[in-house]
Design a protein around this ligand. Sequence first.
Ligand code: 2AM
Length: 179
Amino acid sequence: MIRLFFGLELPGELRMRIAALASGIDRARWVAPENLHITLRFVGEVEEPAMEDLAGEAASIRFEPFPVTLSGAGHFERRGRVSAVWLGVEPDPALAALRDRIEAAAVRAGQPPEGRKFRPHVTVARLNQGRPGEVRDWLAANTLFRAVPFTVASFALFSSTLGRSGPNYRMECLFPPEG
Ligand code: 2AM
């Protein structure tokens, strides 16, 4: 079995800029700079042949390169506790369209449809128990975060394996705009 997701890589300078925000919340598990990304479609654990089906369907997707801008900060909660802090992605029809096409490709490849709403973000830290005051301060400090737009010229299928110091992501296939 292999754990997969479709996502976007971030440019190196942007990852470095985000990595500089990785402090101020005690016991947060900050995402390593090389792992910062935008998930377009989480797939989960699949067998090897299913990965080939996914890659085959995704390879037929054609799209025009488009700009993406990271902006703002937010958090997710689980059972009333903050479980992650993230930077937001400005809503963009081209991004939503690409996500929809990946969703359709995943379903054609035999995956169950994604029931959850698409909320694009870049997870910066995961938390088990962050101090609420520190989390609030981090969010307040980064609410005006705004990055220079970058051009999305490809998307990728990544695998995720759990290492000793957290997940390791590996690009399995890169999909250029012309399909
Ligand atoms: P996260 O960054 O918000 O945790 C690899 O695990 C990527 O897939 C991460 O970006 C993670 O989002 C996302 N992911 C993990 N489990 C998921 C799930 N059940 N549904 C949607 N996305 C998920």
